[in-house]
Write a protein that binds this ligand. Structure first.
Ligand code: F6R
Length: 366
C-alpha cells in the first residue's frame, strides 16, 4: 500500500505532481482561458463585495493560508487576514456579514477550525471551506467550498495536502482577480500557462532527490536550524521549519528573511545551518544581502535558488535549484526540496517518519 516507497510520507511527496494536476483538472481551462469553479461563481458577489477575506486554519494548513494571503492580495487586491483558528475563536473577533471566511483543513475534522467556522457563521459571515476529506465535518459545516484532490494523506506530516491547498487558493485568487479586473487578461493567461507547467516542474525536483539527500547527510546532526524566506516564500520557510521539527525533532524556526537582524541573527555561528529561499524574482538582492550577513558570521547556507542563479551560488555552501516560474507560483516548487530534506534527515536519525511522537493526524480535541 506504500506503492514501493519506504514510508507514506515519501510516497505522498512523490504523488504531488498528480495531486496538483487532479486539483486543477476541470477547473483550470487553458483553451477557454478561464477558471471554472461553480462554488465561486455561485457566490461571486459575496467574494467581490467582501470587506475582507479571513482565512482560518491550523498548522500546515495555516501556512497554506498565509500563501493565500499573498496570492489574494497580489492577484485580486482583496484585503486578507490569516488567523490561527484557536486564537480567532477565543479573541472575540470582529466579524460581520460583509466578511468572507475561508477555512482550510486537510482532515476537515480539526476541532479549533470547526469551532471557528461555527462562530463566524453565527456572526453572519459567509464561510467557504477548502478540505481534502470528502464529507468531513468542516466540509459539511461550511456554506460552500472546494475540495483539494490530494487523495488520502496517511503520513502525519502534511505534504501533498499543503501543495494542493495552495493550488486551490491560486485558482480562486486568479478567478477573483480576473473577475474584478485586478489581473490584466494577458497576466491571467500567463499565470494559467505557467500553472500548467508546475506538475512537470515538481517532477523535475523529485528527480534531484539524491542531491537533497547528500545535503541531509551533512546537516542531520544539527541541533537548531533556521529557515528564511520573503514574500510568497516566507510561509514556505515556516512550513520547512515545521516539517523538520515534527518528524526529526530538530529545533527549527522559520522567519521572514529581513527579520533576521531583529533577533535570530544572535543564534548564528558555524554550527547553525540556515535554509534560505532566494528565488530570482523574490526580492532577490535583499535576500542576497541577508545571505552575506549570515556568511560573515560563519553560518552554513543551504539556498533554494532559481536555475541559472549566479550570485547566491558563489556564497552558499549548498544550493538546490528550482525551475523558473512566476514568483507567485514558486511556493509549489520551493516546498518540495524542503519536504525531501526533512524526510531524509528524519530517516537518517531513525525516527518514525509517518507517525512522529505526540502527534495525531487529525486533532479533534482543542
Ligand atoms: C503538520 C500537520 C498539522 C496539520 C494541522 C491542521 O504537518 O499536519 O500541522 O496541518 O493539524 O490539520 P488539518 O489541515 O487537518 O485541519
Amino acid at each position: 500500500e506504500k506503492g514501493g516507497y519506504d514510508h507514506f510520507m515519501l510516497k505522498e511527496i512523490h504523488e504531488q505532481p498528480k495531486a496538483i494536476t487532479d486539483t486543477y483538472r476541470g477547473r483550470m481551462l487553458p483553451i477557454e482561458n478561464r477558471i471554472k469553479m461553480s462554488s465561486i461563481e455561485d457566490n461571486l458577489d459575496k467574494f467581490l463585495n467582501a470587506n475582507r477575506i479571513i482565512i482560518i486554519a491550523c498548522g500546515t494548513s495555516w501556512h497554506a493560508g498565509l500563501v493565500g494571503e499573498y496570492l489574494f492580495e497580489d492577484m485580486a487586491r482583496i484585503p486578507v487576514e490569516v488567523e490561527y483558528a484557536s486564537e480567532f475563536r477565543y479573541r472575540n473577533p470582529i466579524i460581520t456579514n460583509k466578511d468572507v471566511v475561508i477555512a482550510i483543513s486537510q482532515s476537515g475534522e480539526t476541532a479549533d477550525t470547526l469551532a471557528a467556522i461555527k462562530l463566524a457563521k453565527s456572526k453572519g459571515a459567509f464561510v467557504y471551506g477548502v478540505c481534502n476529506v470528502v464529507g468531513s465535518s468542516i466540509a459539511r459545516e461550511t456554506h460552500s467550498g472546494a475540495y483539494t484532490h490530494a487523495g488520502p494523506e496517511i503520513g502525519v506530516a502534511s505534504t501533498k495536502a499543503f501543495t494542493t491547498q495552495i493550488t486551490v487558493l491560486t485558482l480562486i485568487a486568479l478567478k477573483l482577480g480576473k473577475a474584478n479586473g485586478s489581473l490584466a487578461p494577458h497576466t491571467f493567461k500567463n499565470y494559467i500557462q505557467k500553472m500548467q507547467l508546475i506538475p512537470r516542474q515538481v517532477e523535475e525536483l523529485l528527480n534531484i532527490d539524491n542531491h537533497v539527500k547528500e545535503i541531509a547527510a551533512v546537516y542531520k546532526d544539527a541541533k537548531n536550524c533556521l529557515y528564511l524566506g520573503r514574500g510568497f516564500n516566507f510561509p514556505v520557510a515556516l512550513e520547512g521549519a515545521l516539517k523538520l521539527k515534527e518528524i526529526s525533532y530538530i529545533h527549527a524556526e522559520g522567519y521572514p528573511a529581513a527579520e533576521m537582524k531583529h533577533g535570530p541573527i544572535a543564534l548564528i555561528d558555524e554550527n547553525m545551518p540556515i535554509f534560505v529561499i532566494a528565488t530570482n524574482k523574490g526580492h532577490y538582492e535583499k535576500v542576497v544581502s541577508n545571505i552575506q550577513e549570515i556568511k560573515s558570521r560563519a553560518g552554513k547556507i543551504i539556498a533554494v535558488v532559481t536555475e541559472g542563479d549566479v550570485q547566491v551560488k558563489e556564497i552558499a555552501d549548498h544550493v538546490i535549484e528550482i525551475p523558473d516560474t512566476e514568483e507567485a507560483l514558486t511556493p509549489l516548487l520551493t516546498t518540495i526540496p524542503l519536504q525531501l530534506l526533512s524526510y531524509h534527515i528524519a530517516v537518517m536519525l531513525g525516527k518514525n517518519v509517518d507517525q512522529p511522537r505526540n502527534l495525531a493526524k487529525s486533532v479533534t480535541v482543542e
